[in-house]
Design a protein around this ligand. Structure first.
Ligand code: GAL
Length: 374
């Protein structure tokens, strides 16, 4: 009997140590990041929701090859208690079958999904950038989906351009006069022939809603939620208040960083100040990061410049921001989450997670080949 017990104990110890040896204990930015099945995590352009003791990572499920950047599958979800080891929770929002005519039909472009928790309704709300199939990037829509279960399935509600029929809070009288110099003209997203104000792009899109591409969500301490998106042919960032259900816009929004072509917005709050990290607008190719600070989420925002230190190529350590995660239970510990896109084989995209450092009202990011939470 004693012998049996002893061998059982040894077996348990061996099992435990095997299990531990598979555990990931550090972040290795840019390396393959295996999930609980040993498969590289597939949640690009993602964001994280912390809920009831667990982190949930939602992102774009990419597939192989250069067509793998369109949505062939949907939004993938993973969960973790320690941020290093992630369990595959499957597809939270699935694309609809080909030929279904749904705005989220297989082959659409569905990017930068973010999920927030709505306390009032005790449900989960997902927003994403949507380009219906076949239209390239001309749609500039925001999609929204909801679920009572954090990992899904999420039910698609609708996709639209935000804030149709509403002027921004910081609109000028000239803008409201509605004069649109080049009626109906769109500019492709990378540059404009003139300042967005002189083209009056807000008035151009007043009736149909404002263009919305790269985006993030932010829930403030008072439970008000905001949708932050690149608008006006990507030239200008809009910060828009969502309704109490988080499923629609309210018409309350401001324009920020006019003509700066801010993309990839990631927002966080620290010591009652709001911060944004953003990129410039160069498609899948990385560019130099930007950052900004504000006392009020709807502005004024003040640019702080490139937060990266020792980034010799000035390309955000070859990544583009997608989210900044406050680490639970650790004061002042925030993680920069970026994507190192690999457009020729989209599924191979890598994750660049780095710790934020603070100095006064500014934040900084330094390169680490391997690091752990303190
Ligand atoms: C990037 C954007 C990505 C994706 C890509 C397509 O600028 O941040 O989310 O839209 O362009 O080229």
């Amino acid at each position: 009997m004693k012998n049996k017990l002893f061998s059982l104990l040894i077996a348990a110890i061996i099992l435990l140590s095997c299990d531990n040896s598979n555990k990931i204990r550090s972040f290795e930015p840019g390396e393959i990041w295996p999930d609980n099945n040993g498969i590289h995590i597939n949640a690009h352009g993602g964001g994280i929701l912390f809920h009831k003791g667990k982190y949930y990572w939602f992102g774009e499920h990419k597939t192989e090859g250069n067509t793998g950047n369109v949505a062939n599958v949907g939004v993938h979800c993973y969960s973790s208690k320690d941020l290093y080891n992630w369990q595959d929770e499957g597809i939270a929002l699935a694309v609809m079958p080909e030929g279904s005519g749904s705005p989220i039909e297989k082959g659409c472009i569905l990017e930068r999904p973010k999920v927030i928790y709505n306390k009032k309704n005790n449900n989960y709300v997902m927003w994403f950038h949507l380009e219906p199939k076949g239209g390239g990037y001309t749609g500039a829509l925001s999609g929204v989906a909801v679920s009572d279960n954090i990992t899904g399935p999420y039910a698609f509600l609708r996709a639209a351009r935000p804030n149709a029929g509403h002027w921004p809070l910081n609109a000028s009288e000239q803008m409201k006069s509605g004069a649109i110099p080049s009626e109906g003209k769109y500019y492709g997203g990378g540059s404009l022939p003139a300042h967005p104000d002189s083209l009056n792009l807000v008035a151009r899109d007043f009736g149909g809603g404002q263009m919305a591409r790269d985006m993030t969500l932010f829930v403030d301490d008072d439970q008000k939620a905001y949708h932050i998106y690149s608008s006006e042919d990507n030239s200008t960032l809009h910060i828009a208040l969502l309704n109490d259900d988080y499923t629609d816009h309210t018409g309350i929004y401001t324009r920020q960083f006019l003509g700066r072509f801010m993309e990839a917005p990631a927002m966080f709050k620290k010591d009652s100040k709001y911060y944004l990290m953003m990129s410039g607008c160069t498609g899948w190719a990385p560019n130099q990061a930007r950052s900004a600070v504000a006392d009020d989420i709807l502005g004024e925002w003040t640019e702080l410049g490139d937060p990266c230190i020792g980034d010799n190529d000035k390309k955000t350590f070859h990544s583009q921001s997608t989210f900044i995660l406050p680490v639970q239970g650790r004061k002042n510990q925030y993680i920069y989450m970026g994507d190192r896109w690999t457009p020729k084989n989209a599924i191979d995209g890598r994750y660049i997670w780095l710790p934020l450092e603070f100095e006064g009202d500014k934040f900084f990011i330094r390169q680490h080949n391997e690091w752990s939470l303190k």
